[in-house]
Design a protein around this ligand. Sequence first.
Ligand SMILES: *[C@@H]1O[C@H](CO)[C@@H](O)[C@H](O)[C@H]1NC(C)=O
Ligand SMILES: *[C@@H]1O[C@H](CO)[C@@H](O)[C@H](O)[C@H]1NC(C)=O
Ligand SMILES: *[C@@H]1O[C@H](CO)[C@@H](O)[C@H](O)[C@H]1NC(C)=O
Ligand SMILES: *[C@@H]1O[C@H](CO)[C@@H](O)[C@H](O)[C@H]1NC(C)=O
Ligand SMILES: *[C@@H]1O[C@H](CO)[C@@H](O)[C@H](O)[C@H]1NC(C)=O
Ligand SMILES: *[C@@H]1O[C@H](CO)[C@@H](O)[C@H](O)[C@H]1NC(C)=O
Ligand SMILES: CC(=O)N[C@H]1CO[C@H](CO)[C@@H](O)[C@@H]1O
Length: 500
Amino acid sequence: MLLTKIDTVVFVTVLLVAQCTATIPHFLNGRPKNGMLGKPKARDTTAPLPKDQWFEQKVDNFNDANTKTWQQRYFVNDQFYEEGGPVFIMLGGEGPLAPIWMVEGAWVNYAQALNAMMFSIEHRFYGKSHPTMDMSTENLQFLSSEQALADTGNFIQYAKQRYGLHDNKWISFGGSYSGSLSAWLRLKYPHLIYGAVATSAPLLALIDFKTYLGVTEASLGTTGPVCNTEISKATAAVESLITTDSGRMQLKTMFKLCEDINPANIYDVANFYSLLAGNFEGVVQYNRDNRDFEGGVGGNITIDTLCGVMNDTSRGSAIERYAMINSMILSTYGENCLDISYKSMIDDLRKTDWNSSAAAGGRQWLYQTCTEFGFFQTSDLEDQPFGHGFPLNFSVQQCMDIYGSQFNADLINKGINRTNTNYGAQDIKASRIIFPNGSIDQWHALGKLLDLPDGSVAIFINGTAHCANMYPPSPDDPEGLVQARQLIKSLITIWTLPLA
Ligand SMILES: *[C@@H]1O[C@H](CO)[C@@H](O)[C@H](O)[C@H]1NC(C)=O
Ligand SMILES: *[C@@H]1O[C@H](CO)[C@@H](O)[C@H](O)[C@H]1NC(C)=O
Ligand SMILES: *[C@@H]1O[C@H](CO)[C@@H](O)[C@H](O)[C@H]1NC(C)=O
Ligand SMILES: *[C@@H]1O[C@H](CO)[C@@H](O)[C@H](O)[C@H]1NC(C)=O
Ligand SMILES: *[C@@H]1O[C@H](CO)[C@@H](O)[C@H](O)[C@H]1NC(C)=O
Ligand SMILES: *[C@@H]1O[C@H](CO)[C@@H](O)[C@H](O)[C@H]1NC(C)=O
Ligand SMILES: CC(=O)N[C@H]1CO[C@H](CO)[C@@H](O)[C@@H]1O
């Protein structure tokens, strides 16, 4: 959830339109624009996508004096269902719910094999599920994982009646943040959920997620040691150039910056370093999964692409190669220049309209990190090649600048403590949860490390990235990934066997 790469404005023509979502990085705090669990690649079939369905929820599940309600979006697919089969429910996360997940992805194959009924529900405040008029800070008080879990509980009670699913076993699914929700749903509502799959689920909330860059470094290091060494050299060169006027002009040209660097603006400078690291972080997080990344772009850039450039010393100096990668990422996302303006980024994230670019989820997710999870991907780890230009106080400053000065480090830490106390962090005590994790996924550092008692299982997938096991299988999948999908299927099969 913590990267930073900017979607620079495409100033096409004067009249045009809100699509120029300029300044919010398309990878902010590890969260790509549309959420950490992207859409799966579309297959060739023309299976119809399900229509939007709506369910009435309360704005505040924990205060009956507040009688306001709203409509939550969900999807249904009953094409595989046979009487008595299990019910699968995919939980939405920090982005719009994608209907393609109802016909595509590993869980569809499980549903087909087990004659399961399938639902997915959108998380409050994301996509089309709007509990309030806008996303003002005051209204965002109703955005939390606990409210989302309560919504899900209400929905299950409703769906049992509406679809006649009284005695079926319910299994929840999710990846990344929604993977955590899947585990927490089983923990908090075990009478409603029989088992859970919690893919790449971060369980430990913490303010300074500095090991994110450590895992990034380790993943880049799988190509050999040269890649990281050259990144270190490039970082040192940037740090040196930025200290002089002429050096800053060189950086502006090399890294295609939209504007001059103002060295007095420490936030722009921090943003610059954060965006440069972000070029690598995003690629590592989604290395070679079978997602349709941001509408199809970026999927062909892998760790091998990046390190192939960085470790090829015949292609110029280290900083020149670092700049090549920056250009490659900019052009892949159709951006003309790298926008390091902190003010533009904050201005965008302060917009509270549902139709603003921030409504794609950036403003909401950042709010959740500032009030529940932290997860700030800082440069505070001593030993990594990206420098130390975006420390924790830079992340905390963003919470304060976007939501108000009360969102300081103390408030953030209180929220994090509450989250870990509430759910148990990595000591979560719940049975029948599967925790698949990928070895090159930075988020695995916050996931479940050891096998749990009571039929919960951690599955280690060697060589895969964030949420890889959820995407449709591909012939190129590593052996460990194929086995992981098979194991998940076997476990769900055993859980949901009809009693003889
Ligand atoms: C990735 O694919 C896009 C088009 O799909 C292409 O423009 C771009 O050059 C490719 N990038 C690399 C590094 O191969
Ligand atoms: C450079 O990176 C490429 C791509 O990952 C890798 O195949 C190659 O072995 C690396 N070479 C060195 C010298 O590290
Ligand atoms: C967004 O909505 C507001 C009011 O709800 C409206 O004034 C504004 O023009 C809309 N912006 C866009 C880009 O549609
Ligand atoms: C963070 O704190 C350090 C040390 O106090 C200070 O030098 C730096 O300017 C601060 N950075 C930001 C972005 O607030
Ligand atoms: C959070 O918990 C830690 C460890 O229990 C404690 O040291 C710290 O004071 C707490 N922070 C806040 C803001 O409550
Ligand atoms: C992961 O796979 C690599 C190469 O395929 C192998 O060298 C390594 O030992 C494996 N690691 C584990 C923990 O299985
Ligand atoms: C990084 C991480 O969390 N990896 C763990 C994933 O699960 C396997 C199986 O329990 C562990 O061995 C890994 O350490």
